[in-house]
Design a protein around this ligand. Structure first.
Ligand code: SF4
Ligand code: SF4
Length: 369
């Protein structure tokens, strides 16, 4: 069963979630992009803004309506809240007769993710698989994951680099949310069709003014999502993709892409499923305090594959790009039983030279040698 809330209902949802102790994080315009940050009401959302995205290109432009969620995903993903880019693990302090190790206590806030997209929910599920389901559970991720309320928004427009439809990851959220909205702006009417995915979502929806959605309203919302699926900027043919990549480790395309790749690591930083981290020990100059910090790492750095003896196992850009793409689309399936790519398109948009995972896959499939 679906319900409908009007434009003011979004602010009512924000108030209800805040009253239940959630800090709201959601999309907002900053530094020429739509990023995720703390918000308090719909006034903080990118009202009337949209984005244009292409390989290596992103810019905001005004919409001709007052849509709240009329844009595709930006450079941030929700992983920055669950797997922070920098997290202190422990500290040590020198004492008269040695040193003492102080455990860092992590007490992340209850967070309501406002406006999570279908591909992002799929990415969260993939990170759950990696960080929660094997022998080594990430305790920070576990705690923050248990303190989330997910308010999803079905995509009302596809970005120029999106290909979630071909990865079976969108644009309609099918699971992983408490409440999902579809925004409809039709002439003078501006409303949201709402579906609850959990009892918590039902409870929050019941606390704001809502009505049962009519067949017409549901039909309008379905049409919004169908149009989005039809207008994806990219697609990726996943047929037998694991075999395709395993059989082409020596394909000359890897040399061609390596001539363009800067090994900057942008693609891994923006990717919502990349999860690699490293640890650093930092000592204060006076030598009395030290700490161990976990930070995001990238398979594009020389040190990532460094081992004592031979040194870096992937010393060339070619070997690093091949490792990244083959892991995303093939070895990830062997490791975790799922693709490591949800088709969000971020790695294409935010690659400074516009390298495109869909184009590289197609080139290998096409057998261009
Ligand atoms: S593919 Fe693009 S974003 Fe990724 S490391 Fe190479 S140049 Fe940087
Ligand atoms: S590999 Fe690229 S398109 Fe796929 S999930 Fe990561 S950033 Fe998105």
């Amino acid at each position: 069963m679906s319900w409908v809330i009007d434009r003011s209902g979004v602010d009512a949802l924000c108030r209800v979630l805040t009253a239940r102790g959630y800090a709201l994080v959601g999309p907002t315009v900053r530094d020429g992009a739509i990023v995720y940050d703390r918000i308090t009401s719909s006034a903080d959302l990118p009202v009337g803004w949209t984005d244009e995205q292409a390989g290596g290109a992103y810019r905001l432009k005004p919409r001709n309506d007052r849509a709240l969620f009329g844009y595709a995903v930006g450079p941030h993903s929700w992983k920055k809240y669950l797997l922070p880019p920098r997290l202190t693990l422990w500290r040590a302090e020198r004492e008269a007769d040695g040193f003492v190790v102080l455990e860092e206590s992590h007490d992340p806030p209850r967070l309501a993710l406002i406006g999570a997209r279908s591909c992002e929910l799929r990415a969260l599920a993939i990170q759950d698989r990696v960080l929660l389901e094997d022998a080594c559970v990430d305790p920070y991720y576990r705690t923050q994951r248990d303190r989330l309320f997910v308010l999803a928004v079905n995509c009302g427009q596809a970005g120029g680099t999106c290909f979630c439809a071909s990865m079976d990851a969108g644009p309609r959220a099918s699971s992983g949310y408490d409440l999902a909205l579809t925004e409809v702006v039709a002439g003078e009417r501006h409303y949201f069709v709402a579906d609850a995915g959990t009892p918590a979502g039902h409870e929050v929806l019941n606390a704001v003014p809502h009505a049962t959605a009519t067949p017409d309203e549901i039909g309008m919302a379905d049409a919004v999502i169908a149009r989005t699926a039809e207008s994806m900027g990219r697609s990726l043919d996943t047929t037998d993709i694991k075999r395709l990549l395993y059989d082409n480790l020596d394909h000359p395309r890897w040399d061609q892409v390596a001539q363009r790749c800067l090994a900057c690591g942008n693609c891994t930083m923006v990717c919502p499923t990349c999860f690699c981290t490293t640890v650093e020990q930092v000592t204060k100059l006076a030598g009395a305090k030290a700490e161990q910090v976990r930070t995001w790492d990238s398979c594009f750095t020389l040190d990532f594959s460094y081992v004592h003896g031979p040194g870096s196992l992937r010393s060339t850009h070619k070997s690093r790009y091949r490792q990244w793409m083959t892991h995303k689309l093939a070895t990830w399936i062997d490791q975790f039983g799922t693709s490591g790519c949800v088709g969000c398109g971020r790695c294409i948009t935010w690659c400074p030279v516009g390298i495109d995972i869909t184009e590289e896959t197609a080139a290998i499939r096409g057998g261009t040698r």
